[in-house]
Structures are given as structure tokens and as C-alpha cells.
Write a protein that binds this ligand. Structure first.
Ligand SMILES: *Cc1c(COP(=O)(O)O)cnc(C)c1O
Length: 367
């Protein structure tokens, strides 16, 4: 049996007629930039989140950068974020002129809320939790810390479309929720795309203006901005997919439960935990495995693709060597770094696929 890490083709085939028509329609109408598909998606996504504003953008990295820049984060500021994320979260802090300050993760692979206050200084301006793998960060504690210390809260929701913490959607706790629609994300376009959600109308106008060369009205440049647009083709793709996201997320959750059922008694494997009272949308099903490299090889020999998210935690990347961090600064992230392994995860996986992957893992340890 061949099992890819993600199967974007299976999803395309399930939507082919509608998708082909939607894409063709954009071309027919030459609605490549701005246009109806973009505003339709922005309205639908905001509505589904129960949030007042959605600003469609070129990608999720820009969503982070634009949010921070327009919320006033810049040179001299410090921004607290997690040691365990994709580099977009921290590189955009540096892009604004501020400095990222990393915090270790908890047992759920999200920022350890109990360690945030130790890192707050007079220069701290914001906290950016990442709902990694689809798991909600500890938002009650984090929101409280942000309020007490008067810090800006931006949620990186690139991996957590429609994740919930105690019944509230991740991305609605702070000043802005930033999203990526990179093809492999739970809600993915057919190229790069991203968005910001916010309930603050004034900030929404600023985000939109900055993303559009500093102009809300054509040729009316209030400030210098950047060019970060959600294009019509990507919006059309997202409009076809959005009505299916709840069903896809439900299937991911079921698939994760099946993996967990199969693997929970394998002593060499640590299954992922789900934070209490949350909806974990399982962008990634990440185990910790003894002898990971050999297991990965064994799975590949048996047709199963896996990935590692991420082989090196942010503070230990060459890009952050200047911070001179030591493994003991981030004991949880460091201890997991050489054990984590992401198993195939997508809505279209069958129970047979999951059983096969799990059995192949079990066979490896029985040898
Ligand atoms: C994918 C991702 C991003 C960046 O999104 P792009 O659309 O690829 O720019 C940011 N943060 C996290 C945690 C991500 O996984």
C-alpha cells in the first residue's frame, strides 16, 4: 500500500466539477486581482468565524508581518513566541525591527503559558501563540497575561482553521488572528494565500491599507505599504473548499482517534495529547518515536511517507545563533526534537490506511 504524507489530488477529485468551473469562471471574467471571488471569500470566512473583518492576503507570513507592523510593533520591542513553530512566526518579528523572544513548549507542543511571564521585560510589546498542529494554545491563561501586562495578542492560526479553545474559536482571542491557506494546510488554496481576522474595524482598515501599498483608495497612498493580495484564482478555490472544512476537520479528528487507538499501547511510541475542552483539528498527527530515523526508513520502505515538523527547533537554527541559546533553555522542545514524527494525515485517509500505517509501526518495534 502506498500512503503519501498528504493527498491533495484525492481532495481535488472529490470537488473536480465545481472546482474546474470556478477556476474557469475567474479566467473568463479576468477577475485576477481583487474582484468578486475575493470579497465573497473574505465575507464568508469572517462570517463562519463570527468575526467582523477578514482581510485576504498573499500568504500567511504576510498576515503575521502586516498585523505586527500595523499594531505598532517595531525597533526596540520584544515579541514573545514559541520555540516550536515554522520560522514565519519569528522571522516576521525580526522583519518589523523587533526581537523575537522564545519560550519553551508545554506537553501539548504549544507555548508553555506558565513560562511566559518570566520572559516579560519593559520592552515586551506582544505575545504570539501558535496553535501548532491544530492544537489550541492555553488561551485563557495567555489572554489573562496579555491583559495584565498590556500586551498585544496575535494568534498564529496557520495550522488551526476552526480549532477551538473552551468553545471559542482560535484566532478570536486577541487583536488579530493570522491564517495561511498554503496548499497543504487544513484549508488550502492552489498556491499561496493568507488572511487576517479581526473584530477591530480601525485595525482592519489599516491592515488592508498596508497590504495594498498604503492606499485604501486607488492612487491615494496614506503611507508606504507592501503588495500582499489574495488573488482571484486562489479565492475561487477557497470559496469551493470553505463549505467542506467542517467535514474535513471532523474526518481528521476521527483519523487521529483511530491512530491513537492503534498506537496507544506501543511502549516506544508517545501519542499526541489533546488539551482538555478544546477542538484539536489535527493539521498534523505527531508522535514521538524511539529510534525515529530507522522507523522512518522502515515506513518509507513500506510505502508510507512521513515528515518532521520540525527537525530543528527555532532557537537552535543558524538564523538564531546570535541568541546563544543552550538546550537547557528549552528542555521540552529540545527533548522532543529528535523523536517527533508526523504520520500521514488528511481527510481522505481510510481506516485501512490508518491500520496499515499503525501495523507497520508496530512491526518495526517487534523485530
Ligand atoms: C504555514 C505557516 C505559516 C506561514 O504561512 P505561509 O502561507 O506559508 O506564508 C506561518 N506560521 C505557521 C505556524 C505555519 O505553519
Amino acid at each position: 500500500m502506498k500512503i503519501p504524507f498528504v493527498d491533495l489530488k484525492a481532495q481535488y477529485h472529490s470537488l473536480k466539477t465545481e472546482m474546474d468551473a470556478a477556476i474557469f469562471n475567474v479566467i473568463e471574467n479576468t477577475a485576477f486581482i481583487k474582484g468578486k471571488q475575493v470579497s465573497t471569500f473574505e465575507e464568508a470566512f469572517a462570517h463562519k468565524y463570527g468575526v467582523k473583518n477578514c482581510i485576504g492576503l498573499a500568504n500567511g507570513t504576510d498576515a503575521l508581518y502586516i498585523s505586527m507592523k500595523m499594531l505598532g510593533i517595531g525597533p526596540g520591542d520584544e515579541v514573545i513566541t514559541t520555540a516550536w513553530s515554522w520560522i514565519s512566526t519569528s522571522e516576521t518579528v525580526t522583519q518589523t525591527g523587533a526581537r523575537p523572544v522564545f519560550v519553551d513548549v508545554d506537553a501539548f507542543y504549544t507555548i508553555d503559558a506558565s513560562k511566559i511571564e518570566d520572559k516579560i521585560t519593559s520592552r515586551t510589546k506582544a505575545i504570539i501563540p501558535v496553535h501548532l498542529y491544530g492544537q489550541a494554545a492555553q488561551m485563557d491563561v495567555i489572554t489573562d497575561i496579555a491583559k495584565r501586562h498590556n500586551l498585544i495578542l496575535i494568534e498564529d492560526c496557520a495550522q488551526s482553521h476552526f480549532t477551538e479553545f473552551k468553545g471559542q474559536k482560535a484566532g478570536t482571542f486577541g487583536s488579530a488572528g493570522t491564517f495561511s491557506f498554503y496548499p497543504g494546510k487544513n484549508l488550502g488554496a492552489y498556491g499561496d494565500a493568507g488572511a487576517i481576522l479581526t473584530n477591530d474595524d480601525e485595525m482592519a482598515a489599516k491592515f488592508r491599507m498596508y497590504a495594498s501599498h498604503g492606499a485604501l483608495k486607488k492612487h491615494h497612498h496614506e503611507i508606504e505599504g507592501i503588495n500582499s493580495r489574495l488573488d482571484g484564482l486562489q479565492a475561487a478555490v477557497l470559496n469551493v473548499k470553505l463549505p467542506h472544512i467542517d467535514e474535513w476537520n471532523s474526518r481528521r479528528i476521527e483519523n487521529a482517534a483511530m491512530y491513537t487507538e492503534h498506537l496507544k499501547d506501543v511502549p516506544e511510541v508517545k501519542i499526541p495529547m489533546v488539551r482538555k475542552d478544546t477542538k484539536h483539528t489535527f493539521h498534523i498527527y505527531c508522535i514521538q518515536a524511539e529510534n525515529r530515523e530507522a522507523l522512518r526508513e522502515h515506513l518509507l520502505e513500506n510505502g508510507i511517507e512521513t515528515q518532521i515538523h520540525y527537525p530543528t527547533m527555532l532557537p537552535f537554527m543558524p538564523a538564531y545563533k546570535y541568541m546563544k541559546h543552550k538546550p537547557e533553555d528549552f528542555p521540552n522542545a529540545y527533548a522532543a526534537q529528535d523523536k517527533i514524527l508526523s504520520l500521514p494525515m488528511y481527510a481522505e485517509l481510510t481506516p485501512e490506511n490508518i491500520e496499515y500505517v499503525s501495523d507497520t509501526v508496530k512491526k518495526f518495534y517487534k523485530r
